[in-house]
Ligand binder design. Structure first.
Ligand code: STR
Length: 511
């Protein structure tokens, strides 16, 4: 009897074990994760990611070995890298909401007071409310009105004025380009501007550089947050820069609060203040619920300001760097300007419809040197899929825009600067020659400033080239085209001569 019982027990246990094993096997077989780089406990795949190459190029190269969708462990975080446009579109557009999350990191938390902004803030009802408000405020003061054209043109005129004062002396155009774009966002956010030599402008440029150099570049402290307890030079720079920015923002906020009048809303900060006050008047708790605290307003304005300055000035610098490398492109833009705008008036936004080559050149600059080659990482809110692969909840999904924009299957000679690829055989503009082109991202987190940026880049460039020819000063090298990876793909400083064009010498425009 005992033997019989024992035998039955053994049989049952074996059966149970087999069924467990089968279930595990089945679930393992059904789940198909993207190919992964080798990884070790704690440090993850760090040893395989150490390289002299910047991450966007390293990830692009790793496709050869791991395929265009691959993964690795960054510390304890599972990261998926997307290198083709089909998968990128699935993440950003088709499954935009599933992948709308953002990772929290040490450096971005310092910058944004624990993600109380739009760019790095997680997806939530209050984030949605916030973004919608900023979007409509931007439309009201910028994109939607003729006022913005006036503001940009005023700054373009001032920029050209400064350039002509240099005559044939070589200069680093960066500070003047930054002042021009800063004044545009300053007008939108605070209804103010900076003159040349303004001390506050210099402070702003310094703190902004401090932030760009240290934030969100997957430094070790963002991978292993516990490292923040150790002394860290970058983190100190970031904290100091953020403190200076906060002081400036607080000053602007106080001025706006003191002078606030709901009848005359004249900038973005006023608009946000008005929304907050009207929420508070209607229901005392709502502004807390949707997260419209003072901190939220400050961080949002900080975002718009920081993004507006760093991105647009970077694109302008890249454009000028490429024009110096490709003088024939510069000449063709000038010929187009001469033929279609002439010398009796300045370029207008409405000229975007006719200046096809100029627009194509801008598109090509955004393709070959995307400002944000890895966009900002996304996070999966739930288990999902990309193509045929399973993606677990909480995975960080990085879109490698660099790979999309340099995909040999999509672009002929992708490393060649060639604005003509954005034109058809008649010289008319192609809306997009390839699906593999997303310079502003896409979906619910698409760049809020896309329209504003395009207007600024177009007007600043066409104003400059109508009047000047840009040249490399004798004895100086051509600008470096590699750039420096960070939260934006930065351009290394270079010198230029802005030579007044002969046709312009005795020209006068009366407006
Ligand atoms: C630049 C420096 C600064 O003072 C503030 C910010 C916050 C917003 C950031 C911006 C930064 C860099 C460019 C970003 C932008 C939000 C969207 C934009 C990251 C760090 C891009 O995605 C390119």
């Amino acid at each position: 009897m005992i033997v019989w019982l024992g035998g039955a027990l053994l049989l049952v246990s074996v059966l149970v074990l087999i069924s467990f094993w089968r279930i595990r096997l089945r679930s393992k077989r059904d789940v198909k994760y993207p190919k992964s780089l080798p990884s070790l406990p704690v440090i993850g795949s760090l040893l395989h990611l150490g390289s002299h190459l910047p991450p966007h190029i390293l990830f692009c190269n790793l496709q050869k070995k791991y395929g265009s969708l691959f993964s690795f462990m960054m510390g304890s975080h599972y990261v998926v890298i997307v290198n083709n446009h089909e998968d990128a579109r699935e993440v950003l557009l088709k499954k935009g909401k599933t992948f709308a999350g953002r990772p929290r990191t040490v450096t971005t938390d310092i910058l944004t007071r624990d993600a109380k902004d739009i760019a790095f803030g997680d997806y939530s009802p209050s984030w949605k409310f916030h973004r919608k408000m900023v979007h409509s405020a931007l439309c009201m003061f910028g994109e939607g009105t003729v006022a913005i054209e006036k503001i940009i043109s005023r700054e373009a005129a001032s920029l050209c004025q400064t350039l002509s004062s240099f005559h044939t002396v070589s200069l680093d155009m960066a500070p003047e380009l930054i002042r021009a774009v800063t004044n545009v966002v300053c007008s939108l956010c605070f209804n103010t501007r900076y003159d040349r030599g303004d001390a506050e402008f210099q402070t702003m440029m310094d703190y902004s550089k401090g932030i760009v150099d240290t934030v969100a570049k997957d430094s070790l402290v963002d991978i292993f947050p516990w490292l923040k307890i150790f002394p860290n030079k970058d983190l100190d720079t970031l904290k100091k820069s953020v403190a200076v920015r906060d002081e400036l923002l607080a000053k602007k906020f106080k001025e706006h609060k003191d002078a606030f009048c709901s009848e005359t809303v004249s900038d973005l900060m006023d608009a946000l203040l008005k929304a907050k006050l009207s929420l508070e008047n209607n229901n005392s708790n709502t502004s807390q619920e949707v997260g419209l605290t003072d901190d939220h307003i400050l961080m949002t304005v900080g975002d718009i300001f920081g993004a507006g300055v760093e991105t647009t000035s970077t694109v302008l610098k890249w454009a000028i760097a490429y024009l110096l490398h490709y003088p024939e492109v510069q000449r063709r833009i000038q010929e187009e300007l001469d033929a279609k705008v002439g010398l009796s008036r300045y370029p207008l936004l409405s000229d975007r419809k006719i200046l096809h080559y100029t627009e194509a050149t801008i598109s090509e600059v955004l393709r070959i040197r995307p400002v944000s080659p890895l966009l900002i990482p996304h996070v999966a809110f739930k288990d999902s899929r990309i193509g045929e692969y399973d993606i677990p909840k909480d995975a960080r999904v990085v879109i490698n825009l660099w790979s999309l924009h340099h995909d040999e299957k999509e672009w002929v000679n992708p490393h060649l600067f060639n604005p003509d690829r954005f034109l058809d055989e008649n010289g008319d503009r192609l809306s997009s020659p390839s699906q593999s082109y997303l310079p502003f991202g896409a979906g619910i987190r698409v760049c809020l400033g896309e329209a504003l940026a395009k207007m600024e880049i177009f007007l600043f460039l066409s104003w400059i080239l109508q009047r000047f020819t840009l040249e490399v000063p004798a004895g100086n090298p051509l600008p470096d085209l590699e750039g420096k990876f960070g939260v934006v793909l930065q351009v290394k400083p270079f010198k230029v001569i802005a030579k007044l064009r002969e046709v312009w010498e005795n020209n006068e425009i009366t407006t």
